[in-house]
Design a protein around this ligand. Sequence first.
Ligand code: PLP
Length: 403
Amino acid sequence: MKAAQIRRDFPILHRTIHGKPLIYLDNAASTQKPQVVIDAVSNYYSEINANVHRGNHLLSQLATDAVESARDKTRAFINAGEREEIIFTKGTTDGINTVASSMSGFVNHLHNIVISASEHHANIVPWQMLCERTGAELRVIPMDKKGVWILDEAREKIDQNTMVVAVGHISNALGTINPVEEIVAMARKFDAAVLIDGAQSAPHIPVDVQHLDADFYCFSGHKICAPTGIGVLYGKRAWLEKLPPYQGGGEMIKTVTFQKTTYADIPFKFEAGTPNMAGMVGMGAAIDYLMHHGMVNLAAIEDDLLEYATSQLKTIEGMRFFGTAEKKAGVISFLIDDIHPYDLGTLMDKFGIAVRTGHHCAQPIMDFFGIPGTVRASFAFYNTREDVDAMMAAIKKSVQMLR
Ligand SMILES: *Cc1c(COP(=O)(O)O)cnc(C)c1O
């Protein structure tokens, strides 16, 4: 695979920032879109647009075919067993909230919900809200200084009263690839449901939800080169059939009278209202693009960038890394001396380098390390070693100005 060829597919990578070529290293926040995705969305609106699952007219049928074909592609992308197990959402946050809300009726004050110390706010707050509604206890699997979960403690937290274990597959702030398989095995002993926040694994490693054996798996389109406002909640059929719908409205019903409404079968039971059709179509195009290149191949590019960038950054005096697990994806969180991450990030931007600074929607992690935030460089397969070199040059110049 030629890097130059891949980069040609992403129009935004050819623009400049403050007169310098854009070096986009904020992929854990959102990814850029290849032309095929932009074209699919544009073509949807210029050739297909109509409401789905309703009209008998040709456009409505074409629109329905387009979004249902995106569902098939999504099923294949994460190797779900059945297409009905793929629910389209607004994104990861929406998927987790759907499960946390729908679970309410199954949870009471004797139960507990288990999360981990390295979760994104999206996988903390909905569970806190569920606990507030039901009186259940929120338990947190702790991590060590490398950003690795302490599994012995996880074994103590998960017990016969655990209803849900909700954990991130890959940490967006630290890059740790978490041992979710071991957590699933622990939860299985007690029949607890497992939800995996896959916002950072879907873009970066091949995912097989049947192999993971989690009950739920969520991810966001905008982090896998698809449009914003579209995401996926995978759930095992048995769970999706058991859970009540999260929202009511059109699309999700079988029959409605003022006395009683019966719900549609899955997946529609969880897709109230007119869905984000263009987003679904864009998702399908993004998945085609990723699968055409092969997730294994794309992951290898990012692994090389992670290794190269880590070795380069190590040479900078005063460098402190946060997240030093052995198994990591392409995320590097760091601080240099006591330079404030915001100052460093602002100067790097002047050199065209887009990195993220702050708490990365994971304030408890920053509290754990006793820092206000970090600078985070996060890679996608369209980044190159030249991008890393440009980042290094910008860091060196910025640090000189700030010291
Ligand atoms: C980005 C992210 C989320 C939230 O995704 P949204 O697209 O904002 O809903 C949740 N968890 C992790 C690990 C993330 O990286």
